[in-house]
Design a protein around this ligand. Structure first.
Ligand code: ADP
Ligand code: MG
Length: 348
């Protein structure tokens, strides 16, 4: 089926911005002025939390298997995840684009449909951005603004000895999903007549292409009057985040391997790919779960929450950060984690 293609040059930069603006309605009372002036205006009742992310084609995403709508959704959600990781709620978003004439107006619309869907689901207003032409790849920069009652933000640096280490959801699935997408891409490159086979890989592929941020946890914590003592989102892999948290807090940690939450599909597909599911859970990236510490007195409150796993506890700095095997063997956590550079090597 032929779909219409409108060139970006037909609309021009201002036409494109007008076109985007038409779809936007501001919902938060802290959003005073959105797209259309030299700056947006927001108001703040408490402390403002600001976080930004840069996504580069070929480094952070591959358009041969990442649909533009999913990419837009992910660009927004990973930014919201950073705001939740401060114990705050995102309320505004800025999106800046570097886009080449390879993209049509319809393609940019697809990207924005994902961004705006994420905004709607997470209660965030798109209040502006910047647009420029790019020579080559697509560049997306996202900046989110959040609000938190003054003094209640949660940092990485405030974990104390004997506190419990908790993580939401499950780990390693997004990394496994990426391996499946890469495998299917290789098959397709060798023989374009073979259609990608993603059956049986729904969960892991969805975790890679359409991550979600942990909004509910932040609500739940406040409803249950639990203030995490430290928190970080899991973007580069659990091991790397534990090490960040320990370094910032000047503490050590013990993580129990048999407590790591791993989905059944992740387990099955990891084995099919000859990958160790534990390594994937520790070092795979892009889970966008929240890793946080709580005082021991709050254990009863989290114990029966199906979405929260208590995976270990904080130790003194001298003990270092270790994983403990089922047999009680202690292995130092490796910082090897996933990152944008390492990922390239793994994809080869
Ligand atoms: P300036 O020249 O002052 O930088 P622009 O013409 O770039 O202004 O932007 C005009 C308005 O459109 C501003 O409110 C800006 O935030 C908004 N805007 C520009 N590009 C985007 C974009 N890609 N997404 C959302 N809003 C945008
Ligand atoms: Mg501008």
């Amino acid at each position: 089926m032929e779909t219409a293609r409108t060139e970006l040059s037909d609309l021009g930069e201002f036409g494109l911005i007008d076109h985007i603006q038409k779809k936007i309605k501001l919902n938060n009372d802290t959003s005073i002025l959105g797209i259309g002036d030299d700056g947006a205006v927001i108001s703040s009742k408490g402390s403002s939390i600001i976080s930004t992310d840069l996504l580069l084609e070929g480094v952070h995403f591959d358009l041969s298997y990442c649909p533009l709508k999913h990419l837009g959704y992910k660009a927004a959600v990973v930014n919201f995840s950073d705001i939740y990781a401060m114990n705050a709620f995102p309320e505004q978003l800025l999106i800046s684009l570097g886009v080449s004439n390879r993209f049509s107006v319809e393609a940019v619309d697809e990207l924005y449909s994902g961004i705006l869907l994420a905004c709607e689901r997470y209660g965030v207003d798109l209040i502006g951005g910047d647009t420029s032409s790019s020579q080559n790849g697509l560049v997306i920069s996202a900046t989110a603004f959040g609000q938190v009652k003054e003094g209640t933000e949660v940092r990485r640096s405030t974990a104390k000895e004997k506190e419990l280490i908790c993580v939401t959801g499950d780990l390693g699935a997004a990394y496994i999903g990426l391996q499946i997408l890469n495998r299917e891409k290789r098959v397709f490159k060798e023989n374009p007549n073979i259609q990608p086979n993603l059956e049986g890989y729904d969960y892991v592929v969805e975790r890679q292409l359409k991550p979600e941020a942990q909004k509910e946890l932040i609500h739940w914590l406040s409803e249950n009057e639990i203030r995490p003592t430290a928190m970080i989102d899991v973007s580069d892999g659990l091991a790397s985040e534990i090490l960040h948290l320990c370094q910032s807090s000047k503490k050590g940690a013990s993580i129990y391997i048999d407590k790591l939450p791993i989905d059944q599909e992740t387990f099955r597909v990891a084995e099919e790919l000859n990958l160790d599911p534990i390594t994937c859970a520790l070092n795979g990236g892009e889970d966008y779960e929240l890793l946080f510490t709580i005082a021991q007195k709050d254990f009863e409150k989290v114990q029966n929450q199906s979405n929260i796993s208590v995976i270990g506890h904080i130790m003194d700095e001298g003990s270092g950060a270790n994983v403990i095997s089922q047999g009680g063997q202690q292995i130092p956590l490796q910082a090897q984690g996933w990152n944008a550079f390492l990922k390239k090597d793994l994809d080869k």
